[in-house]
Design a protein around this ligand. Sequence first.
Ligand SMILES: Nc1ncnc2c1ncn2[C@@H]1O[C@H](COP(=O)(O)OP(=O)(O)O)[C@@H](O)[C@H]1O
Ligand SMILES: [Mg+2]
Length: 368
Amino acid sequence: MPTKVALVFGGVSPEHAISCLTAASVLGAIDRSRYDVVGIGIAKSGRWTQVPLEEIADYRIVDGVEPAVREPDDDAVFMVTEQGAEVATRAGENLLDIRGVDVAFALLHGPFGEDGTLQGMFEMMGIRYVGCGVTSSAVGMDKQYMRIAFEAAGLPVGPYVIASDHRWRHFPDAVLAEVGALQFPVFVKPCRGGSSIGISRVENAAGLADAIEEARRFDPKVIIEEGIDGREIECAVLGNPDTPDGCEASPLGEVRVLTEDKFYDYRTKYFDEDGAALDIPAALDVDVAARIQTLAKRAFHALDCEGLARADFFVTDDGEIYINEVNTMPGFTEISMFPLLWQSTGMTYAELVGRLIDLAVGRNAGLR
Ligand SMILES: Nc1ncnc2c1ncn2[C@@H]1O[C@H](COP(=O)(O)OP(=O)(O)O)[C@@H](O)[C@H]1O
Ligand SMILES: [Mg+2]
């Protein structure tokens, strides 16, 4: 019997379109003789719907217009039944297209998808799912708690300041004074964001308040980090229960940003083909590369990750390494860094998709 896999995509985060593109990529690569696929789209309104596979396969950017899950006429419902988890479409009082779900593959980035909320729903329903669990997803989404976990594990983190909603509204001068002790430029970010949305590079104190307000459009909690003048190096980590470390680190990739604003922003990530170069493998001394791979595996465990994660670093000219973040659902289209890094070892995109699903099938539902 083929494993019944639910691809879940779309979502209410600003990364909706990327998620749709990822769903098209994964669907194109998934081995349909081994896996029975059901497409579950979350429309921008938050409504859930079963999406025909032909529709998913068609998601692409046309003349700059991003794909989106169409607002549904009929909503999808999830149920826990004697046979396990099922999804169906509600048509008035009736249920249509009732399908079993063994494993979920959530191709969602950002809040309400990558942040543990959806993982919690799967846990409650007894559905196995690809990738990180509730805690690691939640910690990986929150740039404050992620840093606390890194620091506790002894990983090198740059200086930062947190502007909580309370502190910013009531004690903005104290926040600005604290930030004033950092070296400029600083990066101002929504604490729980992704795809560089809401992030500004700020050259001096005069630009701070506006940048904090901009980040607050996306999250009332803001992080301000000292800018690190270094190369951006990324490492893909895959869970592997057969190794002593429990995971494997890929060769490293470098993101070289070629645009004028000098950081890897939203447009550069997804829309500007010439905005950044991905160098695989990154040109690094072997010992620096080995240190980064070790740090990537330590970061995977610091957040208690499962299945997959991408760890991102800065490396300065004098060889100092800082960890920037771990993404528990890294960019996963066929031209994204994570799959490309594994491809450089000979693992195809289709093999990677199969391996992630098999890892999910192989682990227990519930506490692990
Ligand atoms: N402390 C920093 N120093 C230098 N560049 C940074 C720093 N923080 C972020 N950046 C730049 O901004 C980009 C996005 O920041 P990041 O923290 O990775 O956010 P996201 O979670 O949205 O990917 C990074 O890829 C890098 O180009
Ligand atoms: Mg990033």
